[in-house]
Design a protein around this ligand. Structure first.
Ligand code: HEM
Length: 486
């Protein structure tokens, strides 16, 4: 009773709201970064708000990121939050539909397949897909034009990722049935499904049908390949997963291989495609940078611009910085959630977070904090050069190797001190970072070879962000002007 009458002094301050269940859901949902910034100014780095009836505690800044993302397994839990969304989409027994220890092993299987050798073969595949896309797409006929770029980047992302990660046979199926099926699967990834994932809504029925159909396509392929035995010479991710065994000796079952194949493609699709769109919009706003990128390639690779190879990407620091800087300002994952399993004292404060709360990390807050990034609102890829006026103030922590730890899928940086964590940190850190970088850098390099970009109105309009989907992305239409290079 006492708890009902008096606010627990050990709980963080609560954001004011009028309505019990709704709480701050609307103000948060419309613009999460603004919501975090305003409440941080009021309350400091740790505060609580009501999200769909649930007390949700935000902890920001490098310490907040560390508190949540490196939380101990007995204290924090991701699968309880995410499983309602991901299990119907990926399928059973993978990622969040299994204990964390199993996910760690699955991440190891998936990560081992993403080797330097694999990346060497991916760059020509990705470059080839980009070239053929612009040759055949009717919106890129002629010398110049205007396009709504997010639709284009979504297609380029799925064609390049499926071809590289899943092979040419699966890629060909995207021209037939797979694109539509993945589109239906994607309908499962909306905020409304957090509440209505179980409901017999039309899009959920479509989602479930699509999941079964896609999984069957992969399982049939797996069966065929197993039947071929040694005659199947291809060494790709599917083959790698097919030949993997858990630590207890159990080989990975076919349905888990199939579901991991879906997860690999779906995990990166939104993040990479949204980032790709933001890159194009930012470049259109900064035609000068497009020219610098072009000249960078001419200088580093030669005026005849030979076919792009994996090793070339390292010779193009501005090309890399364009991706890095875009992820600083437009990280597609604005909120990372965890269930609280034990009361958790927040280091350096009097707060203890009870098990009735959800924790929310928002690494984007420190990535746009002026105490780490001078002129944080300015998109400036040159800031990643140490002599730039906008260089991060704690370059050492951002750029240098950080403390690393092995959660079961290889060493990952803990991100304890870094204000820049677009790929997360700790146990659940992204395994697709390197792939996403290779994919995006190759796409940018190829596009810069083909086109000059500019804003439709010639000015530098800034497109707003759409937070209504689970991954933030540009509000549509988001048009840019392209002009074919002579
Ligand atoms: C996890 C971001 C691309 C596969 C994560 C997390 C973030 C993230 C922030 C941590 C989530 C959490 O802690 O709850 C991104 C961004 C990408 C990207 C910004 C592109 C720009 C990819 C790609 C793949 C991928 C291309 C696959 C090839 C995964 C997987 C996890 C993950 C398997 C692990 C989930 C877990 O352990 O709970 N990603 N990602 N991501 N990502 Fe990515």
């Amino acid at each position: 009773a006492k708890q009902l009458l008096f606010k627990n002094p050990n709980e963080p301050p609560m954001v004011f709201h009028w309505f019990p269940f709704i709480g701050s859901t609307i103000t948060y949902g419309m613009d999460p970064p603004k919501f975090f910034q305003e409440n941080r100014a009021k309350f400091g780095d740790v505060f609580t708000f009501i999200l769909l009836g649930k007390k949700t505690t935000v902890a920001v800044g490098p310490a907040g990121n560390d508190f949540i993302l490196n939380g101990k397994l007995k204290d924090v839990n991701a699968e309880e939050i995410y499983t309602v969304l991901t299990t119907p989409v990926f399928g059973r027994d993978v990622v969040y539909d299994c204990p964390n220890a199993k996910l760690m092993e699955q991440k190891k299987f998936m990560k081992i397949a993403l080797t330097t050798e694999a990346f060497r073969s991916y760059v020509p595949i990705i470059a080839g897909e980009v070239q053929s896309y612009f040759k055949r797409d009717p919106d890129f006929k002629g010398k110049s034009g205007i396009v709504d770029i997010p639709k284009k980047m979504a297609e380029i992302t799925i064609f390049t990722a499926s071809h590289a990660l899943q092979g040419s046979a699966i890629r060909r199926k995207f021209d037939e049935s797979l694109a539509a099926l993945y589109h239906d699967l994607d309908m499962g990834f909306t905020p409304i499904n957090f509440m209505l994932h179980w409901a017999p809504l039309p899009w959920n029925r479509k989602r479930d049908h699509a999941q079964r159909t896609v999984a069957k396509i992969y399982m049939d392929t797996i069966k065929e390949r197993r039947a071929k035995g040694d005659a199947d010479k291809e060494l790709d991710i599917m083959k790698h997963l097919m030949n993997s065994s858990y630590k207890n000796g159990t080989p990975v079952p076919d349905h888990e291989v199939a579901h991991m194949m879906i997860a690999l493609l779906m995990a990166g699709q939104h993040s990479s495609s949204s980032t790709g769109s933001w890159i194009m919009l930012r470049l259109a706003q900064n035609p000068r940078i497009v020219e610098e990128l072009y000249q960078e390639q001419v200088k580093a690779l030669g005026a005849d611009l030979p076919p792009l190879a994996y090793e070339d990407l390292a010779k193009l620091p501005l090309n890399q910085a364009v991706v890095k800087e875009t992820l600083r300002l437009h990280a597609p994952i604005h909120s990372i959630m965890r269930a609280v399993k034990q009361p958790m004292p927040v280091p350096g404060t009097k707060y203890v977070i009870p098990t009735t709360h959800t924790l929310l990390a928002a690494p984007g807050v420190s990535a746009s904090d002026p105490s780490y990034f001078p002129n944080p609102g300015v998109w400036d890829p040159h800031r990643w050069q140490s002599d730039s006026v906008n260089a991060p103030t704690i370059v050492r922590n951002v750029v240098e190797e950080e403390e690393k730890v092995d959660y079961g899928y290889g060493l990952v940086s803990k991100g304890v001190a870094s204000p820049y964590l677009p790929f997360g940190a700790g146990r659940h850190r992204c395994i697709g970072e390197h792939f996403a970088n290779v994919q995006l850098q190759t796409i940018v390099a190829e596009i810069v070879r083909l086109f000059k970009l500019s804003n439709v109105d010639g000015g530098n309009t800034i497109i707003g962000t759409d937070y209504a989907s689970l991954f933030s992305r540009p509000l549509e239409p988001a048009k840019i002007r392209w002009e074919r290079r002579a």
